[in-house]
Design a protein around this ligand. Structure first.
Ligand SMILES: Nc1ncnc2c1ncn2[C@@H]1O[C@H](COP(=O)(O)OP(=O)(O)O)[C@@H](O)[C@H]1O
Ligand SMILES: [Mg+2]
Length: 363
């Protein structure tokens, strides 16, 4: 089957500044794709190119097989939802939902049917006669989603739709958007800087940096097998811990990692390709580190000292020092540790991620 959206060699510059640089991306039919990256990496710019709100400098965009690179936004078969809601303040919810349809020349009956259906799906039927000022943030964002929904489009584009909401509401609406996708099964591209939103919503995540996609993969793959140190560091909170050291291969094929804290065999780590040696990063996530008595059963063991304890209820985050290196460890919430305590920590090579020191690519 053809991809729902296909982006070929896209370039976009603002004046002399290149914001999107030779970007290629295929989004499958009905796929939920999340564009994730830190602020300013070009997520909104890419989405706006797809929507037709920005003229591209070079390259092509296809939606449902049609080359829409120079097509008007209204003729691309997309519905867009913004962080700012962008509702008409003087119109009721019903007016906001029906405005675009009336302009597009739909019959009164058709407009009424579509508005009623969207209102039912989004559970905003009781709000139809209200104006946006009389709605909560979450209700306004539902109306904004409704405005895309009534247009019955193939593709939904979301630009940080939940960023203006408080934490509880964000979690609720996030689940609603996921359910909406399960119901509608249309293609969705969703921009966020929030890794939890990305992990929970996406079929695939595209991690962006400097106008390029660094890795495009399922949330599990991105978490377990980040293809570079930047992605490894970006996903996960607290971030992955890194030790700098030297890699060397023994005659029997065993790869050793030598760092100021010791010399460790990396037996059990599946290298992408045979390593010859050189400088590298050994990365381990806070949740994959054992501590206390349990550390003794791990292949790599380090002596640490507790520096900071952050109880979260379910878990406790503990920052420890190994020599002069700081490490985050995620421990069970019932653990009793105090600042200054000695704490042995340990982990297995199979849980590690190894990156080249210079290229920062996964090894
Ligand atoms: N209209 C514009 N003119 C000049 N530079 C822009 C314009 N819009 C965005 N940029 C720049 O392009 C880069 C990417 O912006 P944007 O796509 O909004 O990032 P994101 O959505 O990932 O936070 C930023 O460095 C931003 O300053
Ligand atoms: Mg943005």
């Amino acid at each position: 089957m053809d991809p729902s959206i296909s982006i070929k060699d896209l370039h976009l510059s603002f004046g002399a500044v290149e914001v999107i640089n030779a970007l290629n991306l295929d989004v499958g039919q009905g796929e939920f794709l999340v564009l994730l990256g830190s602020s300013g990496c070009g997520k909104s710019t890419l989405l706006n190119c797809i929507a037709g709100l920005l003229d591209v400098s070079d390259g092509q965009i296809f939606i449902q097989g049609n080359n829409v690179t120079w097509e008007e936004p209204s003729r691309r078969g997309i519905g867009m939802v913004f962080q700012s809601y962008a509702l008409y303040p003087q119109m009721t919810v019903e007016g906001n939902l029906s405005f675009g349809l009336k302009n597009a020349g739909f019959s009164k009956t058709e407009v009424a049917e579509r508005v009623a259906k969207a209102a039912r799906i989004l559970q905003i039927e009781p709000l139809l006669k209200r104006k946006p000022a009389a709605l909560s943030g979450g209700q306004r964002q539902r109306v904004a989603i409704g405005r895309a929904l009534v247009r019955d489009v193939d593709v939904f584009l979301f630009d940080e739709p939940l960023s203006n909401l408080d934490a509880k509401l964000r979690t609720d609406l996030r689940a609603e958007i996921k359910e909406l996708h399960q119901t509608l099964r249309n293609t969705m591209i969703y921009v966020t800087h929030d890794q939890i939103e990305a992990m929970t919503l996406a079929d695939r995540i595209a991690i962006m940096r400097g106008g390029q996609i660094l890795q495009l993969a399922s949330p599990k793959e991105i978490y377990n097998r980040p293809n570079c140190k930047y992605v490894a560091d970006f996903i996960g909170s607290p971030s992955m811990n890194f030790l700098a050291g030297a890699l060397s291969t023994e005659a029997d094929g065993t790869v050793r990692f030598t760092c100021p804290s010791g010399v460790f065999s990396l037996d059990g780590y599946a290298f992408d390709a045979p390593v010859r040696g050189g400088e590298g990063w050994l990365g381990i996530r806070p949740e994959h580190i054992a501590s206390g008595a349990e550390a003794a059963s791990r292949a790599i063991q380090l002596d640490a000292t507790v520096r900071l304890v952050e109880p979260l209820g379910s878990d406790t985050l503990v920052r420890v020092m190994v020599a002069d290196q700081s490490f985050w460890v995620r421990m069970d919430g019932r653990t009793e540790v105090r600042e200054g305590d000695p704490l042995p920590i340990g982990f297995n090579p199979g849980r590690c991620n190894v990156f080249d020191k210079t290229t920062e690519a996964r090894l």
